[in-house]
Design a protein around this ligand. Sequence first.
Ligand SMILES: [Zn+2]
Length: 154
Amino acid sequence: MTFEMGPETRQVEAMWDVSTYNYRMDGTGIRLLTEGMKEKKLRGIRCGECGMVYMPGPSYCRKCFVDIDEVVEVKDTGTVMSYCVTMADVRGNPIEEFRISAMIQFDGADTWFVGTVTGVEWQDFKVGMRVKAVWVDEPAGSLSDIDRFEVITD
Ligand SMILES: [Zn+2]
């Protein structure tokens, strides 16, 4: 495989003071998701107003601005919505094996989840393909319990 280097990128050093910002992180949806992942189950939160299923679920619907807490099961199969093939590291050096990172919409969810897809040549990979999560042998309740995704035909 040949790999052409693009134009050199420019680096700019700068300081950005973020100490005046306040963040409030809501961990409910991510806790719900990772707790379920211990049993290889995916759980999202559904909005009662519009029916949107988020995974991980926020505490309010991003569209309707109403509080949401209805837990729904999401399947570990899904559809590829978008993807990117990595051929080089961040410095532009070619890597030994290409990597496919895909945005996947799980069956039963409306949001997308990012994961690595293996077992397929990048030239054959397409948006719309069906994939299934490959779980680690002993899930520990973290997002890395899904090791990768593999293409399925269903
Ligand atoms: Zn809604």
